[in-house]
Design a protein around this ligand. Structure first.
Ligand code: NAD
Ligand code: UDX
Length: 480
């Protein structure tokens, strides 16, 4: 029986390995992590991440050919294939701070693999890493020259949160990069054989190591660029009376462009896009390509602009101040169908409103109060560096309450901000909500989930990203 060990039981390691175990009953899969609570949660009925369909997959293989353990060294030593799926956050200190990937977790995993291995191994980069990382990892793995053959492969993951199980079950492609040597190609074939249990052969792409590493950064940069492009258009739509949904539809009908990823929003979030683009920017700078670096930097700048622009619309529409006013924040996760809040636009929007002394009442169906408060207390980029956490003054928390019901959040509020596109926000009784709010009642839709005309008929003053402005909002705007 082939033995697989995956280091890192996070949003990628957990679901990816569960899918391999499900599709490959002849393979034993052990997911290991240094975090005891995380492993305990994977072994319980309450999994550490919320992902539609994940429970069923885990329950059908756990204890059979899928195991979760904190015995990291033991399982690494026993494995034939070791996936490394540890976090690779943005550096917050030192050279490249604010841009470069922090490979501390990766390096310590690689050193541990080198130390405990007694047999040949294929080591798979599952984490998203800077191009050429495999070269450094090879050096670490072979530094003590024990005569063990390590083959390093790049097999980046393209799943999106909220649809991870679907994406893993029917991936657009699986990408495997390896050395072009006979040993390298043998390792590529071994990993290909794992995926071939369920992925059609023409969807398994093999390349050299550097192409695979760079393709992951490029794919995320292209996806984020589409969002920043439509968000940039949304600002122009608001100034001209065009409707961003109509523009996106017309543009997306061109088969060369396609309709996906053209939803204007309050800004993209998530643990990947910003981190990976900043990483790309840093790599370009290090390779003497400042023009290319600046090009990609703009994708992040427009995203920051979009979040700031949203806050300015809220404050300026509400007579230029939200001080002491109750604002309901509907949604805190970075997108629907996940409880993940990493780099969620909600953090920046809340900070902006708190800065203007608003009183926030936040509701999200999947995010706990503890998580929201932790997020609001952290400095940028510190969320994945627990050692750097310096909680800010708790005074801001006096302005924040977290509730477990959207109607509760909106009761007596002056305004509502929709930040996450949860389906349930489309189905709320907005007449009831309006009746229980202060007047004029403001509605700021950061995800374009509501029918603007219907909301205006109820009586709301409405702002919806990239839609023609409510005359009221228009009259009150300061420069955005
Ligand atoms: P995560 O933070 O959810 O999980 C990483 C896990 O690795 C943590 O549980 C941590 O405790 C563990 N870990 C760190 N160092 C370790 C060590 N030395 N030994 C054992 N365990 C260790 O991160 P994630 O979201 O799963 O992302 C992992 C990687 O995959 C990142 O590089 C990310 O960019 C990439 N990625 C993420 C997504 C996504 O949607 N989240 C998608 C594609 C790629
Ligand atoms: C992304 C990539 O899609 C995935 O391939 C990669 O493996 C990891 O990064 P993820 O961050 O989980 O996945 O979610 P995604 O669906 O890409 O959404 C990212 C952000 O963009 C979210 O905040 C989402 O709301 C936003 N978004 C997405 C938009 O604002 N508009 C869109 O049209 C699409």
């Amino acid at each position: 029986m082939v033995k697989i060990c995956c280091i890192g039981a996070g949003y990628v390691g957990g679901p990816t390995m569960a899918m391999i175990a499900l599709k490959c009953p002849d393979i034993e899969v052990v997911v290991v992590d240094i975090s005891k609570p995380r492993i305990a949660a994977w072994n319980s009925d309450d999994l550490p991440i919320y992902e539609p369909g994940l429970d069923d997959v885990v329950k059908s293989c756990r204890g059979k050919n899928l195991f979760f353990s904190t015995e990291v060294e033991k399982h690494v030593a026993e494995a034939d294939i070791v996936f490394v799926s540890v976090n690779t956050p943005t550096k917050t200190r030192g050279l490249g701070a604010g841009k470069a990937a922090d490979l501390t977790y990766w390096e310590s995993a690689a050193r541990m693999i080198a130390d405990v291995s007694k047999s040949d191994k294929i080591v798979v980069e599952k984490s998203t890493v800077p191009v050429k990382t495999a070269e450094a990892i090879e050096k670490i793995l072979t530094h003590n020259n024990k005569g063990i053959n390590f083959q390093i492969l790049s097999n980046p993951e393209f799943l999106a949160e909220g649809t991870a199980i679907e994406d893993l079950d029917m991936p657009d492609r699986v990408l495997i990069g390896g050395r072009m040597t006979p040993e390298g190609q043998k390792a590529v074939a071994a990993l290909k054989a794992v995926y071939a249990h369920w992925v059609p052969e023409d969807r398994i792409i093999t390349t050299n190591l550097w192409s695979a590493e760079l393709s992951k950064l490029a794919a995320n940069a292209f996806l984020a660029q589409r969002i920043s492009s439509i968000n940039a258009m949304s600002a122009l739509c608001e100034s001209t009376g065009a409707d961003v949904n109509e523009v996106a539809f017309a543009v997306g009908k061109d088969s060369r462009i396609g309709p996906k990823f053209l939803n204007a929003s309050v800004g993209f979030g998530g643990s990947c896009f910003q981190k990976d683009i900043l990483n790309l920017v840093y790599i370009c700078e290090c390779n003497g390509l400042p023009e290319v670096a600046n090009y990609w930097k703009q994708v992040v700048s427009i995203n920051d602009y979009q979040k700031t622009r949203f806050v300015k619309r809220v404050v300026s529409s509400m007579f230029n101040t939200v001080s002491g006013k109750k604002i309901a924040v509907l949604g805190f996760a970075f997108k629907k169908d996940t409880g993940d809040t990493r780099e969620t636009p909600a953090i920046d929007v809340c900070h902006g409103l708190l800065g203007d002394k608003a009183l926030l009442s936040i509701y999200d169906p999947q995010v706990t109060e503890e998580q929201m408060k932790r997020d609001l207390a952290m400095n940028k980029f510190d969320w994945d560096h627990p050692q750097h956490l310096q909680p800010q003054s708790p005074t801001a928390f006096k302005q924040v309450s977290v509730v477990w019901d959207a109607y509760d959040a909106c009761k007596d509020a002056h305004g509502i901000c929709i930040i996450t596109e949860w389906d349930e926000f489309k189905k709320l009784d907005y007449q009831k909500i309006y009746d229980n709010m202060q007047k004029p009642a403001f509605l700021f839709d950061g995800r374009n989930v509501l029918n603007v005309e219907e909301m205006r008929k109820i009586g709301f003053v409405v702002y919806s990203i990239g839609k023609p402005l409510d005359p009221w909002v228009k009259d009150l705007q300061v420069s955005i």
